[in-house]
Write a protein that binds this ligand. Sequence first.
Ligand SMILES: [Zn+2]
Length: 234
Amino acid sequence: MSTINRVPVYVHWNVLLVPTALIVAMAVTALPASAPGHPTSVYWAAAMLVGVLFVVSLVAHELAHAVAARRQHIQAKDVTLSCFGGTIRFATDTRTPRAEFVISVAGPAANVALGLLSAVVAVVVDMVGAPNIEAVAFAWLAIVNVLLAVLNLLPGAEMDGGQMLMALLWRVTGDRRRAAAAAVRVGRVSGAVLVLASLTMFVATGSYTGLWLLLSGLLIISQSHDRHRASAGK
Ligand SMILES: [Zn+2]
């Protein structure tokens, strides 16, 4: 275990699964396809750079939550990095819907900012005439960060999107418990809709493009289920 800014950071063994898959996919197919003509070692070096910066992006996402929370006078208890990204726990609950929304939106906002920064780096690298592969690597980092933001904005109850939805419902109803319960229901229904849509797409077209929808739907449902169990256990 290590600490960042006095917040303990735990790392699950499976944290390397996604970066490793990303590095192999980039080195073997994505980079050679979009920037042909380089030695294999160059592809692996560029893919490793993207893999390392991907992990940095995951940490930046959780740090953004922690910094936003501290501004709302809420201390982060710990951060766990795993294959789904990260989870941050806080010492106390938020007291206002606004604080809840600001803390939840900070993580995806960090990924959008890093995505934009990576896109700018890709364009500048391309303009100064550096090897094409470096521009392509940063373009992929931009895409990966935008995907991270989108994935975290899905409305699963334990996900940032679900917490933002809960904050909005809390603001409207003035009742935190009811808002949390409603956010869980929305998470389950939207997860089920995504699963049905992806299965329909697979049956109708026979293509696997709906696989991401299926995985996203299952992720939302599992996250919503966890929150329900946690609140039912109290
Ligand atoms: Zn987050």
